[in-house]
Design a binder for this molecule. Structure first.
Ligand code: ZN
Length: 139
């Protein structure tokens, strides 16, 4: 069951991505690359008064990297930089070690990627969008 749901969500975000488009009025733009898989995305953010008012991604990559970036943008658009960095920290810990139930809930749909922690080869795919977001927000 869980595995079917996971595949459906991943497929849906690849066939009908919400945030895969250009963002002409973005004021932050950063490329994130994962050479071990061939994932190559560019994250675009429009940040005003410390709030991520809009965001998108472009580029190519495997289903996990693309779905993860799409779900990430679902979560962080409308949030403050601090809230987004906290979510990013939670996501990284979910993948690399462990999180509480409440923390897992805060990731909403992105929490389905928790099982990636058992697939070391795919970890870099799942964290690519988040790592790029982190780099932009920490500048
Ligand atoms: Zn990948």
């Amino acid at each position: 069951m869980a595995s079917t749901f996971y595949n459906e969500v991943l497929t849906d975000h690849n066939i009908n991505p919400t945030h895969k488009h250009t963002l002409p009025d973005a004021n932050f733009k950063l490329q994130g690359v994962n050479p071990s898989c061939g994932d190559d995305i560019t994250l675009n953010l429009k940040v005003e008064d410390g709030i991520i008012v809009d965001g998108s991604y472009e580029g190519v990559g495997c289903a996990i990297s693309q779905a993860s970036a799409d779900m990430m943008l679902d979560l962080v658009i409308g949030k403050t930089k601090e809230e987004a960095l906290k979510l990013s920290d939670t996501f990284m810990r979910m993948i690399k070690s462990s999180v509480t139930e409440d923390e897992l809930d805060s990731l909403e749909e992105a929490s389905i990627l928790q099982d990636i922690s058992h697939m070391p080869a795919r970890v870099k795919c799942a964290v690519l969008g988040w790592r790029t977001l982190d780099e932009i927000l920490n500048k």
